[in-house]
Design a protein around this ligand. Sequence first.
Ligand SMILES: Cc1ncc(COP(=O)(O)O)c(C=O)c1O
Length: 376
Amino acid sequence: MNVEAVRSRFSALQNGFAFFDAPGGTQVPDEVGHAIANALREASGNLGAPYATGHAVEAILVRAKDDAARFLGATPEEISFGMNMTTLNFALTRTAGRELQAGDEILTTMLDHDGGVAPWVELAEDKGLVVKIVEATDQFTVDYDSLESQLSDRTRVVAFAIASNATGSLADAVRICALARDAGALSWIDAVHYAAHEPIDVTAIGCDVLLCSPYKFCGPHLGIAYTRRELAEAWRPYKARPSKLRFETGTLPYELLAGFSATIAYLETIGGMEQIRTYERELGERFLAGLPDNVTLYGPPTMDGRVPTFLFNVDGVPADVAAHRLADEGFGVWYADNWYCVALGPRLPEQSLRAGIAHYNTAEEVTGLIAAIASL
Ligand SMILES: Cc1ncc(COP(=O)(O)O)c(C=O)c1O
């Protein structure tokens, strides 16, 4: 991948600041902003207007569904857009919940972001469901023994994040979906963190529901849900009755959908997610190899079983102090407590630093970050 050519497409990357921001929300290439502005200029109005802007809105929606379907290996009919992953997940879990009975069980994992867990917790509160938590191993990966031992004939859903936004750990999605299927349960994937780093094929994974958020992969602030066709058709959605859209309540943000299509075009022109994975892994290896001895890493110690998102602390330097000093030196790294992973919180230090590599980072930026960490 020609990273300099990639970076030339981002005004945001021209000022020398090194963004290690993939887990929180990435930078966006200028062409995405242009597409959003063009849509507002040329396609304002709403679906159904019998004149040019109405047709333009419809074209944006059709294209965005095609693009999302291609990105996820799904069909356009299986795609829904929403405000963000969490909002879509509350809506879809409510819909699925119509068929659940008191005592039914939902499995979640200790590595999950609360956007993937809270919707089930709230549904459980209303309907008397039981939400269980699969343990994490010492390396902060899914404990498959814990998962298998918690599956039961009351398990209705296995919900999990493919990649942890805290530690970067990967879950074996194919394995978990097969376990869910064998138990007669739905598999429900949070791919928000994962989607920025690796290709997704919902058919190969064998999942029932998968959610992600384009603002984590150089797109606008939006959420996307894949719902397997037979499932989506069987559910009774909460919606305004005349609407033909099943899970998309009200008017969609068409300008953001135009921006989303520009994001997909951008990703495809730089070589697609396979290329991004290969390049990011090299940067991740460089980061791990260069980490000074006084750094404690939480999560898989090599690039095996992880994406290049690193949770760590520097001995003797509080994470908030370290993050502010790194920012002053031109490196965008975050600090926090539980990273929205509520169940993992007690296993994590009170505060930690997180550096997330994106495909627009350079080897020089990674080397610079390591040196800046060492100088703390
Ligand atoms: C793994 C993971 N899941 C879910 C979310 C929530 O996504 P959204 O902000 O689109 O609701 C995030 C956001 O950081 C995340 O990293």
